[in-house]
Design a protein around this ligand. Sequence first.
Ligand SMILES: NC(=O)c1ccc[n+]([C@@H]2O[C@H](COP(=O)([O-])OP(=O)(O)OC[C@H]3O[C@@H](n4cnc5c(N)ncnc54)[C@H](OP(=O)(O)O)[C@@H]3O)[C@@H](O)[C@H]2O)c1
Length: 268
Amino acid sequence: MLIRLFFSKVNIVSQKKIAIVTGANSGLGKAFVEGLLQEPIDEIWAIARNEARLLEVQALAPQRIRIFSADLTEPLSLSEFETTLTQEQPCVHYLVNNAGFAKFADYESLNMHESSNLIDLNAKAVVQMALRSIPFMNQGSCIINIGSLSAFLPLPYMNIYAATKVFVKNYSLALREELKPRGIHVTAVCPGWIDTNLYARAEIGAKKSVNTFTGMVKPDVVAQKAIRDAKVNRPLSIYGFLPNAVRILAKFLPASLCMRLWMLQQKF
Ligand SMILES: NC(=O)c1ccc[n+]([C@@H]2O[C@H](COP(=O)([O-])OP(=O)(O)OC[C@H]3O[C@@H](n4cnc5c(N)ncnc54)[C@H](OP(=O)(O)O)[C@@H]3O)[C@@H](O)[C@H]2O)c1
């Protein structure tokens, strides 16, 4: 009995406390890695596809950042990641579901593969990573899901992207309620425009395309606020005056009017 107690204590003491960040080699994800390095976390597990850029992130703190080159739309990558979690049995203190991309295009210009891939990464992978990580979470652990301000209004010419972010927001709010008894926090981050590499992949030279990005902010301020909000278990994290104002307006104005205003400021 005493021996069993001793070993269970040793196991608790030696359990590694980790943060998982998807889309960690660029933009907002990299800013989360930088922010989480200031937290009492043993290791940050950084996930993205491009290994060269992951290695650059790892160079920030080689002893504390571990990299995983993986495409989160591939079922095999997700199950390999689950195997690593099962073998190592860490405590997942933060899961930052950040990997995502946008396409600025009318519905005709986006092919079938890209349309599905948007849903696979922006919505499906968020669920897949959460379900795989929750068994390794304890009281006080945080799930930070990256939505967007587009979670609050339909956006023509980035219609699928905006719809995936509605999914992320509502999934996060509902999951938050379900995880309350276990003391696990869930926060949906809904930023406006952020200065990242998102635009390079989003712009495909479509006939009609999003072209105005009002009120763009740097990724570090969004990440820092999100970490603060997650710690105190805020349901939503929205940085800046303009995105908060848009969110409130979208609550009271009809969706048709919101879309007309969006189209006007996009100069179509
Ligand atoms: N920028 C904005 O204005 C803005 C506004 C609101 C919300 N957001 C959200 O913020 C999040 C981060 O985007 P960002 O702006 O920082 O763009 P970003 O700089 O392009 O970063 C996207 C990240 O996702 C990774 N990624 C892309 N496809 C992946 C895949 N199939 N599997 C695994 N990782 C993948 C990318 O790395 P690899 O290419 O190497 O895989 C990269 O690390 C997204 O969810 C986005 O929707 C952005």
